[in-house]
Design a protein around this ligand. Sequence first.
Ligand code: SR1
Ligand code: MG
Length: 416
Amino acid sequence: EYRILHEADLRDYLAGLPAIAARLGGEPASWSIIEVGDGNLNLVFIVRGTAGGIAVKQALPYVRLVGESWPLPLSRSHYEYLALTHQARLAPGLVPAVLHHNEGLALVVMELIEPHVIMRRGLIAGALYPNFVGDIATFMARTLFFSSDLALPAAQKKEGIAAFAGNHALCKISEDLIFTDPYREAEQNRWTQPWLDATAAAFREDLDLHAAISRLKLKFLNAPEALIHGDLHTGSIMVTEDSTVVIDPEFAFYGPMGFDIGAVIANLLMAYLASAGHERSPGERRLFEVWLLETIENVWTEFSHEFLELWRTESHGDAYPLTLFPGTAGAARLEAERQAYMARLFGDTVGFAAAKIIRRILGLAHNADFELIEDAKQRAVCEARSLRLARAMMVETFPTIGAVTKAAREIRGWQP
Ligand code: SR1
Ligand code: MG
């Protein structure tokens, strides 16, 4: 029964859903329907009636960015629906409520998130979001912890892995576009020419980088630590000054936690290094960039604080059985284990963040943060700084998040 819904079809379809029609209010003929999708894969409609609005997302049978020559399974809509409902239980208020799902049409109807904007757009305009850190730290800590072996009995965790195992076509996009293509000749690669030609060529020859990205790819392939969002960039986050909503989990699967945390940090780092290319007063620029660096530090600090607190108070999983850590000595040893786990997770996070930066500058899918810098030479300067930072993050050791922001601050002053 799948068909691509155009405006008239969608109107008829929604009119046939009593709860949705009541939520919109008024006559179906009076509803306004606008297609607003600016992502790489799907159709997204905003529908408004006299009583309210909804968002409708329909998966296309191909990659929208490229066209029908690149088919993509509609089943991603099923995994998005599963992930959204799962995340709503674990992190209430931080994802849109699902109002309706039609598996055959690959369609999800959600509450309209307003007056929020896509965070990436807000950051390009130089806006600050004071509640973002607390919200995203809670979203990540709760969704990652409660789907991990630290919180779940092994059988339940394995059922979770199985439920998302079929989303491999979306994983394959990440495996190719993030972990492979930017480091080799690939038809779809693109970058700001001619300024980045030499760096792109150097990255294709850099065996230290190839070893590091291959280690990360292996982790992405074989570390089902938790149910991850899988595409947690600032285009998948909607914000106001006091609210944050995470959308678009169609890439969800059981993978390494650092992939989500790294995505958030990477996109904030790119917003920071792209800032030099956007029109702002010197005062606004200083304030914005200082806020971004603090935000990057706080994302990790608050996430790790919340995650550790959950581990100390809600650890009902099969990993680290408490009976193996009796008494004061046991408690101290377990706490040392927790700290070691977080240090390992931080290392993963920095590596994945670096991979996410490189793919957005040398690979197929780019970020508006850079793309909207009209002066190509200026854009290339911002991108070259980001690549330099990302290479260092990938092959060197960064013991703390402060070391990452320090490197970013230094590279911000580097003239390629
Ligand atoms: C072909 S899809 C390109 C990218 O868009 C999505 O947002 C994911 O980031 C994917 O890698
Ligand atoms: Mg998306």
